[in-house]
Design a binder for this molecule. Structure first.
Ligand code: NI
Length: 177
């Protein structure tokens, strides 16, 4: 399909709440998902939310294995998740370095729930219901935040733990995205 431009922090569309998807399995929805997958792969992202390409629909994609940006990430299966609902599970929070294709070149230390149940639908309306933890749980929380107009820098507790990848991790070969 097509690689789309990714909106960057400062674009007001990234601060809006997205609308639920009403019709499943339509050519329009499948084309949007194909564009999102092409765009995420080209940018070596761990996930992508529809509003990041300017479509305010409650749809995220993530996973597909370790990426150049997160080489040590646990393998997360490639997932298309429509109209997601999250429920934090017992297990508290943990903080890890996080980035975003809409905040290129930067990382911040972000607390997220460690364990999570998420539910939603695949592109054809079939239910998804998973209980996950660690990096998988983090990616889902990050992507679903986009659907509520939340970017990760607003979740950083200590803004001293926010900066450019090259300065935070000198000598490491993390992509400057
Ligand atoms: Ni993001």
């Amino acid at each position: 399909m097509a690689i789309k431009p990714i909106l960057r922090m400062g674009d007001p569309r990234l601060l809006q709440a997205s609308e639920p998807v009403r019709d499943f399995g339509t050519p329009e929805l499948l084309a949007l998902i194909a564009d999102m997958e092409d765009t995420m792969r080209a940018a070596h992202g761990a996930g992508l939310a529809a509003p990041q390409i300017g479509v305010l629909s409650r749809l995220v994609i993530f996973g597909g294995g370790p990426t150049a940006r997160y080489p040590d990430a646990d393998a997360v299966p490639y997932t298309v998740l429509v109209n997601p609902k999250l429920k934090a599970l017992r297990g508290g929070t943990e903080s890890e370095w996080e980035g975003c294709l809409s905040v290129p070149g930067m990382r911040g230390l972000v607390p997220r729930y460690r364990r999570l149940r998420y539910r939603g639908f695949d592109p054809w309306g079939r239910p998804i219901d998973r209980t996950v933890e660690g990096f998988h749980a983090r990616v889902v929380q990050h992507e679903v935040d986009h659907l509520d107009g939340v970017l990760y820098p607003t979740r950083i507790k200590d803004l001293r733990k926010f900066g450019f990848i090259e300065e935070l991790f000198p000598g490491q070969s993390l992509r400057d995205d």
